[in-house]
Design a protein around this ligand. Structure first.
Ligand code: MG
Length: 178
């Protein structure tokens, strides 16, 4: 399970939002997405966890260390230098792609890799492995991670994640509600 950080698990803001940040990394006030700790602890029972962010390594390493629950280890923590820079055809801006071939090289079958991200463009090469979350920007009422935990529990025994239709994951999680 490869996890994005910014807007997926946390929000790093240069200004203080409606409340004090949970922690600070350099100039950034960092807010945890509601339910983050329960989410990470919950999925760690079913998946090996790793972090891959397109931010710079100093920031990524510090955020990954700050949000890691005590008894959980990251399989790896990767940052921008592991991404593949590509010019976006319409915006002409550089997009940092996360190419799961690099994860595969660690010995994982592509069918068994899942990726959680808020930015589809970064997953252009492996959309079959991606679960997209709504971007988090500090909203205290956000419940995306609680839903995602339910969904990930429901599919953890699937043999081929790439063959799963994941676009409607949110409604599947809601339908499973007792
Ligand atoms: Mg992101």
């Amino acid at each position: 399970m490869v996890l994005d950080l910014d807007e997926s698990l946390i929000y790093g803001s240069e200004t203080v939002l409606h409340r004090d940040a949970d922690f600070q990394v350099g100039p950034y006030h960092v807010y945890r997405r509601p339910g983050l700790d329960a989410f990470l602890t919950g999925i760690a029972n079913m998946y090996e966890l790793a972090v891959w962010s397109s931010a710079t390594s100093l920031y990524v390493n510090q955020v990954a260390a700050a949000i890691r629950p005590n008894d959980i280890g990251w399989r790896f923590v990767w940052s921008r230098d592991r991404c593949t820079p590509r010019m976006h055809e319409e915006t002409r801006e550089t997009v940092f792609l996360k190419d799961l071939k690099k994860v595969k090289r660690l010995g994982y079958a592509l069918e068994r890799i899942l990726f959680v991200d808020d930015t589809p463009a970064k997953m252009a090469r492996n959309y079959g492995n991606a679960i997209y979350v709504r971007p988090f920007e500090g909203d205290d009422d956000d419940n995306e991670l609680a839903l995602l935990l339910k969904y990930l529990q429901s599919i953890s025994r699937e043999r081929n994640f790439r063959g799963l239709e994941k676009r409607g994951w949110r409604s599947r999680a809601l339908n499973d509600e007792p």
